[in-house]
Design a protein around this ligand. Structure first.
Ligand code: GLN
Ligand code: ZN
Length: 725
């Protein structure tokens, strides 16, 4: 049987991708040298593919992000060198970052608002470039529909833009003998208008005579049969996520002339493929599709490169998992019907003996455990009295600049060259510095700075039973940034308090309130590889109980404000809205279980990087008192959505876009707050940056926080003058 694979991680075996690009940014590499490195990465990807599968794309490699490449390809942006290119990624003209479907990869969001359909044109034929340079593989691109659907500024003109793109892609397809087109957006819930437009566009593109291989993934395609009418050479569909594709094919068959590229091994989670199940699936598909090709379900870059670099993992665990390279092997062996040779069986997560105490705690949960006893209206009065915060209180989201010094100390501690006591002492010094700094700057609610945390999920995973962390299990998050998702492989419990020592130390240094700082259960799950042997909500509640134990400890220690970050709350939602209810019901309950606390305790949460417009209802079902969200880039637009739902709690709109190195002026910050005041009362508003300051430098942090505090004070005094007590 034929095989195909795609989406292999571009990071390189040891994150060389990151290293060379960042060296170029520091002027340590020339453009020529960097380009040569990209060729090397492309060659390595091809070698990995060729060792296992017969066909694969070329040109998946990108200088930073494939969505940006696609936007450049169709003439939305121009670039004439890598400096230009990287300016769009991280310079003054940087594009917005947004989460890619329901993954933790962030893409650069193209903005069509100032473009016209007629102004688009083939500017960079990247597929042809790769076809000419590399003598094998199928030239790769993201498709027109996904490009537009995930861009901004297309509303009103969507169909016209699609028509323009149809011509450009026709030109591209005409220039190469075959083309790999990724169209994950086809798995969203589409309108009849969009479906029509997709059909017309692909009818045009396939007139090129080129062999068009269209790939969909992350879920099933509604109306898959509509794609049968277009003369694709192959159609790639996902049989791991969503059941719709299989149902359609069992019901309606598959066109005899078309190759069915069947995604049968998981591109999103790490448990070894259940061979018997996969074999049955392949048999069923064989009955329906004459030309069956086996493949991965979804791109492989959501997985680390290879299990073989993991020396520290327990042998049973190592045996039971597959990263990208091992997935390729699975595809090969399944195609050769030799899959039983992939030694080790699919365990889907149950590798530790069950923890009956935890299981019983979850089984005994009652409805009352998922809601705080005192409603917001009443507790906010209590908190007002006990905390005595001023109007427009100023705060930050948690982390402060993680300098080279901090990273070096952490590395030294990890590799054993720095003693634990010395490391702890160092962290304490940093905490003291940042507390003093915040007091001097005049912030109202202080944080401890998160210097002891490298990653907001891995940090907690290391402290909980039931998780394990990898050494080299890097997964791309955006651009050159990668993170190591922990692996959940048993029941979750808390050994000891996880964060108490640092928070209490910070509180001992000041009379101002210190915000306790936790990562929420939904985000911990979303950024980990999860068990599949028990229901997801059970794991979520297990994590939530650990966090709640921590919150009880905080309360006993006199910490009165606690933030539970949920930046991935939106991300974990299924792609089709009709599937949302189940997800949001357990996600909401998990959060609420975690934050169940005394009425005096003020619970904050923080979310960022997502489109919150359509989940305002779900957000308001969360039992927090204060939420901080991103707003500086969207000019406070999110406020309109809060207006519509009559939001009654407190909110901190990010007045500083921390992803840009530019220090915002005080007036600019004030604009965001003023806009919010059109909708919300003064006693509902906080002043804060839109995310943690971990990636910022101290210089801009000082300047921006000073401006922020000034704004909070100006707003306070002007509202004191206008509103009677
Ligand atoms: N508290 C975290 C921080 O400040 C939140 C990070 C996030 O939202 N991703 O770093
Ligand atoms: Zn954030």
């Amino acid at each position: 049987m034929q095989t195909y694979a795609y989406g292999f991680p571009r990071l390189g075996k040891k994150r060389e991708y990151k290293r060379v690009i960042e060296a170029f940014w520091r002027n340590e590499l020339t453009e020529q040298e960097l380009l040569a490195s990209f060729d090397l990465f492309q060659r390595h990807m091809i070698e990995s593919y060729e060792s296992c599968v017969s066909t694969f794309p070329v040109g998946e490699i990108t200088y930073y992000d494939s969505m940006l490449d696609t936007a450049i390809m169709v003439g939305l942006y121009k670039f004439s060198g890598l400096d230009d290119y990287y300016d769009m990624c991280r310079g003054k003209g940087a594009l917005e970052l947004r989460k890619w479907f329901n993954t933790n990869y962030h893409y650069l969001v193209p903005d069509f608002s100032t473009a016209r359909p007629a102004s688009l044109g083939l500017h960079w034929n990247k597929p042809l470039d790769y076809f000419l340079r590399i003598d094998r593989g199928i030239p790769y691109t993201i498709g027109p529909f996904t490009l537009l659907k995930l861009s901004k500024g297309t509303s009103g003109n969507f169909a016209e833009f699609m028509e323009a793109l149809a011509e450009i892609y026709f030109q591209i397809a005409s220039s190469v003998p075959s083309l790999h087109i990724d169209e994950p957006a086809l798995v969203l819930q589409l309108t009849p208008g969009e479906r029509n437009s997709i059909k017309r566009t692909y009818q045009r593109i396939t007139q090129s005579g080129s062999e068009v291989n269209l790939f969909t993934y992350y879920d099933s395609v509604d109306n898959l049969e509509e794609l049968y009418e277009i003369p694709f050479f192959s159609l790639g569909v996902d049989f791991v996520h969503g059941t719709g594709n299989l149902e359609t094919i069992l019901r309606s068959g598959f066109p005899g002339a078309m190759r069915l590229i069947a995604g049968v091994v998981d591109g999103r989670n790490i448990w070894k493929t259940d061979i018997q199940k996969a074999t049955r699936l392949i048999e069923a598909l064989r009955q329906k599709a004459d030309k069956l090709v086996l493949s991965n379900a979804g791109p492989l870059f959501h997985l680390p490169v290879s299990v073989s670099y993991e020396y520290g993992l327990a042998p049973e665990l190592k045996e039971g998992i597959a990263f990208a390279e091992e997935r390729l092997t699975e595809v090969r062996l399944l195609a050769q019907s030799r899959a039983e040779q992939t030694s080790g069986s699919a365990k889907s997560g149950s590798l530790l003996p069950g923890n009956t105490v935890v299981q019983k705690r979850v089984a005994d949960l009652k409805e009352g455990d998922f809601v705080r006893d005192v409603p917001y209206k009443v507790r906010s009065r209590i908190q007002h009295q006990t905390l005595g915060l001023p109007l427009f209180p100023s705060t930050t989201i948690g982390s402060f600049p993680q300098t080279k010094e901090i990273r070096a100390k952490r590395a030294a501690f990890r590799n054993g060259s720095l003693h634990k006591e010395q490391y702890k002492h160092f962290i304490k010094e940093k905490i003291e510095e940042v507390v003093r700094f915040q007091e001097d700057t005049g912030l109202d609610v202080l944080v401890h700075g998160e210097f002891e945390r490298s990653d907001m999920v891995e940090f907690f995973a290391e402290k909980m039973e039931g998780f394990t962390c990898t050494r080299e299990g890097w997964v791309l998050s955006y651009g050159t940034r990668a993170y190591r998702p922990p692996i959940l492989f048993g029941d979750v419990s808390r050994r000891d308090p996880m964060t108490l020592e640092e928070i209490c130390y910070a509180q001992s240094l000041t009379r101002k309130p210190i915000k306790g700082m936790l990562t929420g259960p939904v985000t911990i799950l979303a950024w980990s590889f999860v068990r599949e042997d028990i229901a997801i909500e059970k794991t979520a509640y297990q994590i939530a109980l650990c966090l709640n134990d921590e919150i009880q400890d905080y309360q006993n220690a006199g910490i009165r404000i606690i933030q539970v970050d949920e930046p991935a709350f939106r991300e974990g939602a299924p792609l089709k809205k009709r599937d949302w209810d189940f997800y949001y019901s357990w996600a909401t309950k998990a959060f609420n279980l975690a934050v169940k606390s005394d009425p005096q305790t003020q619970i904050h949460t923080h979310m960022c990087y997502s489109d919150f417009g359509d989940i305002i209802q779900q957000i308001s079902a969360l039992d927090f008192d204060v939420i901080s969200v991103e707003a500086s880039r969207s000019g406070g637009e999110i406020i309109d959505q809060f207006r519509e739902m009559n939001f009654g709690k407190q909110i901190g709109l990010g007045v500083w876009d921390i992803h840009s190195p530019v220090v915002p002026k005080a007036e600019q910050m004030q604009k965001v707050v003023r806009k919010a005041l059109e909708v919300l009362n003064p006693d509902q508003l906080w002043v804060n940056p839109d995310c943690g300051l971990k990636t910022r430098g101290w210089e801009e942090t000082k300047a921006a926080l000073r401006n922020m505090v000034t704004i909070s004070r100006i707003m306070r005094s002007s509202s004191r003058n206008t509103t009677p007590d």
